[in-house]
Design a protein around this ligand. Structure first.
Ligand SMILES: [Zn+2]
Length: 64
């Protein structure tokens, strides 16, 4: 299950939240309760559209 990073646009509180598949539309800020939160791209392993990334892709993950 992925853990996404969010940032509240109301109070700028950043937080992480465990999100189940397809259940990321009702995220609210745990600090102020505002639902205007912005999903951030995880900084742990980000591969962009140009083929670059912050980490090397795994050669084998068992679902090829
Ligand atoms: Zn907030």
């Amino acid at each position: 299950m992925p853990i996404y990073e969010y940032k509240c646009e109301n109070c700028n509180h950043a937080f992480e939240k465990l999100v189940f598949m397809g259940n990321d539309e009702h995220i609210e800020c745990p600090k102020c309760g505002d639902i205007k939160v912005k999903k951030l791209v995880s900084s742990t392993c980000h591969i962009n559209s140009l083929g670059g990334g912050d980490c090397a892709p795994s050669p084998s993950r068992g679902f090829s």
